[in-house]
Design a protein around this ligand. Sequence first.
Ligand code: NAP
Length: 407
Amino acid sequence: MATPEKISTNSDGSLNVPDCPIIPFIEGDGIGPDIWRATRAVIEAAVEKTYGGKRKISWLKLLVGEKGYEKTGDFLPDEALKTIEANVVAIKGPLTTPVGKGIRSLNVAIRQKLDLYACVRPVRYIETVPSPMKFPEMINMVVFRENTEDLYAGIEWASGSDEAEAVADFLKKEMGVDLPPLSGIGIKPISPANTKRLVASAILYALENGFPSVTLMHKGNIMKFTEGAFAQWGYQVAKERFADQTITEAELWDQYDGKAPEGKVVIKDRIADMLFQQVLLRPDEYGVIATPNLNGDYISDALAAQVGGLGMAPGANIGDTCAVFEATHGTAPKYTGMDKVNPGSLILSGAMMLDYMGWKEAGTAIRDAIQAAIKARRVTYDLARQIEGAEEVKCSEFGAVIVEQMG
Ligand code: NAP
């Protein structure tokens, strides 16, 4: 067996993945250890069955979250962040947000410190999973949510604080803007550079994965210089970097009678509230969606609900130097240690990770096996309570059923 080696990044952004890559993992808090155990078993089986022992992952445990705090007195030790950066690809379970201990959210801190600017959330229907939609099989979208700025940058001041009063004073004196007394204040920065790198990564993903369109979701009719600018900069980067591979929706109708030429991705934009309607009414018209942070938070959970809920929604946070794949739900503390919850979100995130590493056959093996396990109706409590005739199995058993389905 090959010796464990680090993954590295080439100057064009592509990855060098050895046969035995070192992959750091964060188990997570609450239900994290349960879903991680099941996930690890499924990933290892998929890699083993797909590559017949030629490839194997060498896991490296990182102490982050409550375990990090117990051992090092730090919820997010610098060492862990450095290890993720050095190894390029990592995977994590959910982390508790420590209350009153200085960090707003560990998950947000990891994204910001590692500059993981794109939160990527694929949303696709898995047959038999109960969905509130009439035709859930029409849903195949991937949300690219900007991760580092917008209202989530954390620039805000409490009502009545010296800082809020100073900002209110400045706005009144210098800008002639009068705020209601005791306003809490938050700042919404959206920049051209951060918008363009996010939209460029969404366009690249659409091109590489055969999606027909990238939709810029924004609220620019109201917030012209932030959300409106997001859409303008999105169109700009499409012209600057992908002129031969993209057309706008206007060009689609003016020059091509509504039929996109082979190989071209259509760039369109939609006002956020309208897009919420359209993904319900005409989901097949949307593929990749690129959007600022707050919109992205809302639309990705809403889309996950359309295909059956957060328990099965995978996600990744991707930057130019590294990527962290993660369960999209939280730590569900009431189920800690019960071996009960659905590990599907982390398992599907593991499949995304394998795709990202270029081990696509193994990623596909996992998705096919999850589909087969659910069709066999041997599922965890959350799905069992909704699927008629289902047999409820534990978290670890669900992992075993998935492995069984790989043949
Ligand atoms: P949550 O942990 O996502 O749990 C809410 C509910 O969602 C659970 O009670 C359960 O519903 C269902 N659920 C979550 N994961 C599930 C799974 N794997 N299988 C089946 N059902 C699942 O949300 P929360 O209670 O608001 O947050 C708890 C902690 O997690 C907080 O500290 C929060 O900050 C943190 N959090 C972390 C992340 C992250 O690490 N990315 C994300 C969100 C929240 P039922 O009760 O109906 O069974």
